[in-house]
Design a binder for this molecule. Structure first.
Ligand code: SF4
Length: 333
């Protein structure tokens, strides 16, 4: 059954530093802090509107939840906790910094019904974390992840692609290290360079060179395949659609259909592999799972156009027996 979140944004408040890419108000689209009363209103409304409550979490996103002033954090949790449990929602989900997790705060979170904790890891390479002013190390991410797992919470990790001073090698190192921490979920955010950030300044001065969009799609396609093969769910790829992002973005990688573009790239790679094994032809019937036809065709038929430009004509056909991403050439080819 589909999982839902009732998203409540707690912008930037309490965060002890300013990461190179962060402009919390742009990312969340929110400027004002929610009160406990507001949290109750949001939850009451969701109680009326959401039918599959047992599969829905109240999610405090943005900022650094466990770094906010303790009294205010408990007010928010107390308000949300009234709507968790019997006849209510499944639990509470929070996102926070790795260096604001310890046994004491985990015990507190558990007592208020928190079930899932997402850490903003962003990179597993100290050099990249330092260059982007994260204020914590890869070891902090490892320690926090271990504590979260040991204390029985669902662990989620968020990573970024294309940070300042990162390299393709570092992107894949981060991917492998994140998988080693056994998260249940991962979010992958290719960098969006926003006005009012350190990255924005570096970008304007020409001191920060970004990958091409095509490269980022290729990297994310490898990552999506890798995480899924390792049983880790990717619950988000690319920032959420937001007018503010679109108006404040100076560079980087934002597309409202980013994940779909990445999945299409996986199909392109797999179709290339399949056709390479029968290179003597110039037209192919390719079978894919019935639910995946549009991904195999590509965003705006980009895969069909890509192969056409190589002098290869492909027709995508459906076969419900095939697995996701599997591509089969028509029998006899
Ligand atoms: S830790 Fe999070 S809220 Fe704080 S500056 Fe970095 S991205 Fe922004």
């Amino acid at each position: 059954m589909k999982h839902n979140n009732i998203a409540i944004f707690v912008p930037h408040l309490g965060c002890p530093n300013m990461c190179s890419f962060c402009n919390q108000h742009s990312i969340s689209g929110e400027e004002t802090l929610p009160s406990a009363e507001r949290v109750k209103q949001i939850c009451e409304q969701a109680m009326r509107e959401v039918s599959n409550r047992s599969n829905t979490e109240i999610a405090f996103f943005g900022g650094s939840f466990t770094a906010i002033e303790r009294g205010y954090m408990l007010e928010l949790l107390g308000a949300a906790n009234e709507f968790v449990g019997k006849d209510g929602f499944k639990g509470i989900r929070i996102s926070t910094r790795p260096d604001y997790i310890d046994e004491e705060v985990l015990a507190l979170l558990r007592s208020f019904g928190v079930t899932a904790i997402e850490l903003g890891a962003q990179s597993m390479v100290d050099k990249v974390l330092f260059a982007n002013n994260r204020g914590h190390s890869a070891e902090d991410i490892m320690n926090a992840s271990r504590l979260i797992n040991e204390n029985g919470f669902e662990l989620g990790l968020q990573m970024m692609v294309g940070l300042y001073k990162s390299t393709i090698e570092y992107e894949y190192e981060t991917m492998r290290e994140i998988a080693r921490l056994s998260p249940e979920t991962v979010r992958i955010y290719p960098v969006a360079v926003l006005g009012g950030t350190r990255l924005g300044e570096l970008y304007q001065k020409g001191d920060y060179t970004l990958y091409s969009f095509d490269e980022v799609v290729g990297i994310c396609a490898e990552m999506l395949t890798f995480f899924e093969e390792n049983g880790i769910r990717i619950i988000r790829m690319g920032l959420h659609a937001s007018e503010i992002i679109e108006s404040e973005m100076m560079g980087g990688f934002y597309h409202p259909a980013f994940k779909e573009i990445v999945e299409s790239r996986i199909y392109r790679n797999n179709i290339t592999e399949a056709t390479n094994s029968h290179p003597s032809r110039d037209n192919y019937n390719i079978y894919v799972n019935s639910n995946c036809i549009s991904k195999a065709l590509g965003h705006k038929k980009s895969n069909v156009i890509y192969f056409n430009e190589k002098g290869i004509s492909i027709k995508i056909k459906s076969d419900s027996k095939l697995k996701k991403y599997e591509c089969k050439l028509e029998d006899g080819y």
